[in-house]
Design a protein around this ligand. Structure first.
Ligand code: AMP
Length: 553
């Protein structure tokens, strides 16, 4: 027997339809790539996205074809995004921070037929176009005036296409399991792999993210997603802002502290989302210039672990509440959030912090388990480390074109590659990426935990911990510190700062001061590169007597 309710396929075009029908005048404000601020509305974006669907059809794009975007967060990017998905093509967001070789690999693997690009990325496309044979058209996201300076043979102008095509176009009308979007993982191990989201998975993710314990945005909010649309769908905000009818503020390419501060204040932003490094830059800018935040109420921080000092600064100095989130491209991306439970909400602010700093609990739609190397379930006691496994309504089932083979275990769980604990209150805490965790004398040391304490040292700008070979313990931790400009520091003062905050045997065997701690394409510390730079490094505790330190980073 079947239920007797209406069939209403969960396709994402309905999200923008809803925004047009019920929030038509709600604003979308963008810092354009050309410079000036541009103001539009959900209603206008809807019409222009439909025109773009017709333009794509005119270029021969059909359902299921991949159409890429190489772009910052702007209203034009939102229009391209819905224009592609609405007609049933697949919106492939390219991360412009990747190396050109990786970009070419991804474009070829996806067989992208069209690339929408900002002016910023024309040189790189021009240089590598010959290596992207599937690409038939390049659409430059600009107007005719700026097109005059574009020296790219055959390139099409976004605004001309919008002007030339009608908005009369049927959207949706296909199965909810049709692919909507494609996003590649950052490829820290081997080639990047494609995660092919369905309309249904994105729609459900959108509904889930709107919950109060998740992103919790409302129609009256003004939302600034600093997190790029090419980083796991701007954590779903490109959908949820339309679904709820929030005002959307797009930062374009200017993600520095001063530019973000200016937008937060000039547009009266109430909610924002970004990785920790962006917030560090904002705090530095505000402290240096003695600035306050007048409207911001809440920020969601994820992508890497949130340092305690960051949460305290937002809470105590600026009155902004922080929600720590964990997720990955493979989970659409929201997997857990450290929102309070009935029990933890009753605790003092100081006691709550212990939970806020964890990566948190899964919302409906996500299931988690912790297992050992043999796949046996581990206890949720807050101390036992295990592999974090996830399954759910918006979690990857297999990678695009079957890359990586079978990726689910017997119970249908995906191995996140993260090592974590889960406490008796259900708060998950990431210890490390499995490949970064330090194994010292058979026990595990969390590099993330040490880093987050070390970066709270007033002289530290960034901190990273890696394992270095040790003859007795296999591996021991080394702390790398990038100091604030103009500062000097000693190994002893950093070790003293850690004392009492971590187990004694976790204390790094060495502290190395470096000029640079490299960040990868999604703003995370690039440990692979650090390990390469430190390849010749030998721990003082592993050196033959009398040999001095060699600082290679
Ligand atoms: P990506 O697919 O690029 O978003 O990367 C996902 C990975 O980022 C996860 O598997 C984690 O290793 C890491 N990550 C994301 N959020 C957090 C967080 N809040 N704390 C620690 N690591 C995180």
């Amino acid at each position: 027997m079947q239920g007797l309710m209406q069939t209403w396929p969960l396709t994402v075009d309905k999200i923008l339809d809803h925004a047009k029908n019920w929030h038509t005048d709600r604003e979308i404000v963008s810092r354009s790539v050309e410079g000036p601020m541009v103001r539009t509305t959900w209603g206008e974006v809807h019409t222009r996205a439909k025109r773009l669907s017709n333009a794509l059809k005119g270029l021969g794009i059909q359902k299921g074809d991949r159409v890429a975007t190489l772009a910052w967060n702007t209203a034009r990017h939102i229009e391209a995004w819905y224009g592609i998905m609405g007609m049933g093509a697949v919106c492939h967001t390219l991360n412009p921070r990747l190396f050109a070789e990786q970009l070419c690999y991804i474009v070829n693997h996806a067989e992208d037929q069209v690339i929408f690009t900002d002016l910023t990325f024309l040189p790189i496309l021009l240089e590598h176009r010959a290596k992207m044979p599937s690409v038939k058209h390049v659409i430059v996201m600009t107007d005719e005036a700026h097109m005059k300076n574009v020296a790219f043979p055959g390139a099409l102008c976004f605004e001309t296409l919008v002007a030339e095509h009608s908005a009369d176009c049927v959207w949706g009308d296909f199965d909810e399991n049709t692919p909507a979007a494609l996003c590649y993982t950052s490829g820290t191990t081997g080639n990047p792999k494609g995660v092919l989201y369905t309309h249904r998975s994105n729609f459900i993710h959108t509904l889930v993210t709107m919950g109060r314990d998740v992103m919790g945005i409302a129609a009256a909010d003004t939302v600034l997603p600093v997190v790029p649309m090419f980083h796991a769908n701007a954590w779903g905000l490109a959908f949820s802002c339309a679904a709820i009818g929030a005002k959307l503020v797009n930062p374009g390419q200017k993600l520095d502290g001063a530019s973000i501060y200016e937008l937060l204040e000039s547009e009266s932003v109430t909610f924002s989302a970004a990785v920790p490094t962006v917030w560090q830059m904002l705090l530095t800018h505000m402290r240096e210039n003695n600035l306050a935040l007048s409207t911001l109420q809440r920020v969601v921080i994820g992508g890497s672990a949130v340092p305690e000092a960051l949460v305290r600064a937002f809470r105590d100095d600026y009155g902004v509440s922080v929600t720590h989130a964990w997720g990955m491209t493979e989970t659409s991306p929201l997997g857990t959030l450290a929102s309070p439970t009935g029990k933890t909400a009753k605790l003092s602010a100081e006691e709550q912090l212990r939970f806020t700093l964890k990566q948190g609990r899964p919302p409906i739609g996500i299931e988690l388990k912790l297992v050992d190397d043999e796949g046996n379930r581990l206890p949720h006691d807050g101390v036992t480390f295990g592999k974090l496994m996830v399954r759910g309504a918006f979690v990857v089932g297999e990678y695009f074109k079957g890359d990586g083979g079978e990726i689910l275990d017997d119970e249908g769980y995906f191995d996140t590659g993260d090592v974590a604990t889960i406490d008796p209150d259900g708060f998950m805490q990431i210890t490390d990426r499995a490949k970064d965790v330090i194994k010292s004398g058979g026990e595990w040391i969390s590099t993330i935990e040490i880093e987050n304490i070390a970066v709270g040292h007033p002289k530290a700008e960034l901190a990273a911990v890696i394992g270095a070979a040790h003859p007795k313990w296999d591996e021991r931790p080394v702390l790398l510190v990038k100091l604030m400009p103009g500062q000097t520091g000693t190994k002893e003062e950093f070790l003293a700062f850690l004392e009492g905050k971590i187990a004694k045997w976790w204390t790094p065997d060495d502290v190395v001061f470096v000029d640079d701690i490299p960040l990868g394409a999604t703003g995370k510390i690039d440990k692979k590169l650090i390990r390469l730079r430190m390849a010749d490094y030998v721990l003082p505790t592993a050196r033959p007597a009398g040999v001095g330190a060699k600082e290679t980073a």
